[in-house]
Design a protein around this ligand. Structure first.
Ligand code: NAD
Length: 428
């Protein structure tokens, strides 16, 4: 005991023992467990801290990819956790989208698509195409100008849902794409309650962008040629910034849509939302409101009812008219394509109001009279899209000219006005 302990003492303090005597190898104090626990507590603590930090950083998060909070400059529509439905799978959707993968074993069928304003004129035709393609479609509409009749042929289809909802209120849905059309489009309707129109364009668009951000959906805004105002450039290219009266009677619509475009681009740049912007030029076709004041529907309804065609001003102002199936094709190509836009979607064929009246007379009633009325305020003098960008980047251009599309609309209007037999109204 004494030699070994003296050996220990010796070896601990002398570098070279002076004799050949055997000394058992001394036990190193730092290999003893008790010693480690006693003396290295600080190191253990530090090691534990580092491991815990690594664990929490590397663990894949199952919470939404977007932080919730009052300081978020790109608000999402759902800030209070209590408002989440208990059976909601939205968190799953967020994680699927945030990593861009579908979990193994889950077969991708169609897309889940929201169409706001889907019970309206353009929206209902878009819904028809999406359903025909095999997608699941949720129509969100407050029926201000839209009608259940426009979509009721899909009732009973498990791929179709209809929600009566005003887009100025937040909405939670799990979807892959959002076509945002909700907004009255004709002057009669958007001037009816201008404050509501601007609220729909601003708050409604904000809500839908918030939804897109939360669930990682791609968002398409249907903007309008009205953002060019009374244009000083002709035809209008997407690079033209417009000539808009910010305080006129049409401003609720024109400026509302301009703001909606701004919000869309800011959510894209600032929050990484995938967006698309379409600037739609005058579109006509079956299911337009009969008396919405838009020139094609006006003329057709008047000619069918044997009333004079009302021409505002001298009738020399020009418009271009696009058949609805061409527009729907353009919207879908835009949504599926790689380019944000904005894209002009319209038919470059340009007609004066008097030329349009003549085509309507030829198609419906050559005896129809023309009646002149004073022009409305801020009515643009010229409108014609330059569609080179859409041709080049989307491979899109309209196929249906006015003389081919108008009869298809006329048979739908005739059926709705007189209850005649319907004859192939929706496609051209
Ligand atoms: N048709 C055109 O010539 C044209 C031209 C330029 C732009 N656009 C745009 O295309 C979109 C569709 O136009 P449309 O011609 O089908 O018009 P529309 O009036 O037939 O359809 C609009 C739909 O939106 C719904 N809606 C309106 N406000 C809403 C709200 N607050 N919440 C929920 N739903 C609401 C209406 O009930 C209607 O079903 C609009 O955004 C419009 O600005 C259309």
């Amino acid at each position: 005991m004494s030699s070994s302990s003296s050996g220990l003492i010796f070896r601990g303090h002398e570098a070279h023992p002076m004799d050949d005597a055997y000394y058992p190898k001394p036990q190193k104090p730092w290999l003893s467990f008790g010693y480690l626990l006693r003396e290295q507590r600080l190191h253990f603590l530090l090691l534990g801290f580092v491991l815990a930090t690594l664990f929490f950083f590397l663990l894949p998060s199952s919470s939404p990819s977007q932080p919730l909070g009052a300081h978020d400059p790109f608000p999402t529509p759902y800030l209070e956790p209590t408002r989440w439905p208990t059976n909601s799978r939205s968190y799953d959707v967020v994680s699927v989208h945030s990593v861009g993968k579908i979990p193994l074993g889950i077969k991708r069928k169609g897309l889940r698509i929201v169409v706001t304003g889907g019970a309206g004129f353009v929206g209902s035709h878009l819904v028809d195409r999406l359903i025909a393609r095999g997608d699941s479609v949720i129509v969100v509409d407050n029926f201000f100008t839209g009608m259940k009749e426009n979509v009721m042929h899909h009732f009973g289809n498990p791929n179709f849902e209809l929600i009566r909802h005003d887009v100025v209120e937040p909405l939670l849905l799990e979807v892959d794409q959002i076509y945002h059309l909700a907004c009255p489009a004709s002057p009669v309707h958007y001037k009816f309650n201008p404050v509501k129109t601007i609220k729909t364009n601003v708050v409604g668009t904000l809500n839908m962008l918030g939804l897109a951000k939360r669930v990682g959906a791609r968002f398409l805004l249907t903007s309008t040629s009205e953002i060019y105002g009374d244009p000083l450039e002709h035809p209008q290219k997407e690079t033209y910034w417009g000539n808009v009266n910010p305080i006129g009677v049409r401003s609720c619509y024109d400026e509302g849509k301009r703001t909606a475009e701004t919000l869309t681009m800011d959510y894209h740049r600032g929050a990484g939302v995938e967006v698309r912007i379409a600037r739609i030029f005058n579109t006509y076709g079956p299911r337009m409101c009969l008396d919405d004041g838009r020139v094609v529907s006006n003329f057709v309804a008047q000619a069918l009812r044997k009333e004079p065609l009302t021409v505002y001003g001298d009738g020399k102002q020009t418009r271009s008219f696009q058949y609805v199936s061409d527009l729907v094709e353009g919207l879908m190509r835009l949504m599926e394509g790689e380019h944000v836009g904005p894209f002009n979607l319209g038919n470059p064929g340009e007609f004066t109001m008097l030329e349009l009246a003549k085509v309507v007379q030829e198609t419906i009633d050559p005896e129809a009279k023309i009646e002149y009325r004073p022009n409305t305020e801020d009515d643009p003098h010229k409108r014609k899209p330059d569609i080179s960008r859409a041709k080049e980047q989307l491979g899109w251009e309209p196929k249906v000219d006015l003389r081919k599309g108008l009869p298809l609309m006329v048979s739908d209007f005739r059926q709705r006005i007189f209850g005649d037999q319907k004859e192939g109204t929706t496609s051209a």
